[in-house]
Design a binder for this molecule. Structure first.
Ligand code: UGA
Length: 432
């Protein structure tokens, strides 16, 4: 099939490349000329394991192309995916849909035969209805269908999540588009993916409800971790103990710093704002947002306790600054609160991240990027393990055990407390 992805951000690029790898002809469109020129040269704008290889392979065999010409790309395609950003509006926490609607309007000018417009951007319930209204101002209804097909890709795992999804959700209100989209996904369905066909509004809500539920699960275990710290219990035992109950499930029950990234913080706020619009109080999700927002303060309090309130001039090594491992994404990372606080308190911070130096810390006093784990942690008083890269899991602390005062604060619980303590070092984790 001939596909067009509007927006070559995370969702558009990964989905477009994966669809081309499944044998479709795909054009990825973006307004950003630089991005498109770079993609044609094989320069990928984001860090995502496996993406570069797939781009190069499919661009070479001409199933994948890149363009800034939306009009021509839409004309050539049977199915058009809207994959643009839906950031949070500052004034009321709702999702800013201007890019989605503007894409709908642009598409409406180029519909020359029946086309399916699929919205993949994360949007509030009823956005599909609005897109349909916008297009129907220019095009007769029989020439197009508007479908919702949310994505559930995790950064860092996106290719695998696309090829082996837990489920594919397609929300459409007409049978013609339903048949065509099911056919598009047939290579994944035949590999065992669950395929769920719903109304368009239901698909829109499934996406928000999924992210809100996962954020709730994480916040739940983070609060239980707070209790574990006060009661001498290891939260890892609790995660396993409750996760083995199939009704609960063990995934997304890892206590850690506050959840971050481009999705959970944004989508929890947006679902609350949508519900407010429909006069429904999502009190549970509101308290999840609140709990997550104050989590960094709790971590900072614990840090002060660990350091016996002596942070000034202490050498602190920060390992991993992105919102999680296997991504270069800094959005809503808790390091954005932790590092500036420690810098204000007079600490000397050296941070290391496998994805390199971060502009966010450029102007902070006494905060320097190190080129290696060793350079970052040597001579430290405190090492904070902030993300779960495999590179950190294999650090040989024995090498550093001469410094008996060295403290490890493992915010992802990747080390065994006893092993570290046996080296004579002090160990703190989350909820243990
Ligand atoms: C999330 C969802 O997992 C995807 O299904 C969804 O498609 C995506 O948002 C989106 O809406 O586009 P992502 O933001 O890439 O994916 O990251 P996650 O792996 O879900 O992690 C989110 C945050 O939760 C991170 O800060 C992570 O460290 C934290 N987390 C996750 C925990 O603290 N504990 C866990 O057990 C799992």
């Amino acid at each position: 099939m001939k596909l067009c992805m509007i927006g070559t951000g995370y969702v558009g690029l990964v989905s477009g490349v994966c669809f081309s790898d499944l044998g479709n002809d795909v054009i990825c469109v973006d307004k950003d000329i630089n991005k498109i020129t770079n993609l044609k040269k094989g320069i990928i704008p984001i860090y995502e394991p496996g993406l570069e290889e797939l781009v190069l392979k499919n661009y070479k065999n001409k199933r994948l192309n890149f363009s800034t010409n939306l009009k021509e790309s839409v004309k050539k395609s049977d199915i058009i995916f809207i994959c643009v950003g839906t950031p949070t509006k500052k004034k009321n926490n709702s999702a800013d849909l201007s890019q989605v609607y503007s894409a709908g309007y642009e598409i409406s000018k180029s519909i020359n035969k029946y086309k399916i417009i699929i919205n993949k951007s994360t949007v509030p319930v009823s956005t599909g209805d609005e897109i349909e209204k916008i297009i129907s101002k220019k095009v007769k209804k029989k020439y197009f269908s508007v479908v919702s097909n949310p994505e559930f890709l995790r950064e860092g795992e996106a290719i695998r999540d696309f090829i082996y999804p837990d489920r594919v959700v397609v929300g459409s209100n007409d049978s013609k588009s339903k048949k065509i989209i099911k056919n598009l996904y047939s290579p994944l369905i035949s590999k065992g993916a669950n395929y769920l066909s719903t109304s368009r509004r239901a698909a829109e809500l499934i996406k928000y409800a999924s992210n809100a539920f996962l954020a709730t699960k994480i916040t739940f275990i983070n609060e239980i971790a707070n209790l574990c710290e006060k009661t001498g219990i290891d939260v890892e035992d609790i995660s396993i103990g409750i996760g083995l109950d199939k009704r609960i499930g063990g995934r997304f029950l890892r206590a850690g710093p506050a959840y971050g990234g481009s999705c959970f913080p944004k989508d929890t706020k947006a679902i609350v704002s949508t519900a407010d619009k429909f006069k429904t109080n999502l009190s549970l999700i509101k308290s999840v947002i609140k709990s997550n927002n104050i989590r960094s303060n709790l971590l900072l309090k614990r840090l002060s306790l660990i350091m016996k309130n002596k942070i000034k001039n202490k050498k602190i090594s920060f390992l991993g600054v992105t919102f999680k491992a296997n991504t270069d994404d800094m959005r809503d990372s808790s390091s954005l609160k932790l590092i500036p606080y420690l810098s204000r308190k007079g600490a000397n911070i050296r941070y290391y991240d496998p994805t390199g130096l971060k502009k966010e810390f450029k102007n902070l006093k006494n905060v320097k990027f190190s080129n290696s784990i060793h350079e970052s942690i040597k001579d430290s008083d405190l090492i904070i393990i902030h993300t779960e890269w495999n590179d950190f899991k294999s650090i040989n602390f024995k090498k550093y055990s001469k410094n008996k005062k060295l403290i490890i604060y493992d915010m992802r619980n990747i080390f065994s407390p006893n092993k570290i303590k046996n080296l004579g070092l002090k160990y703190y984790g989350i909820g243990r």
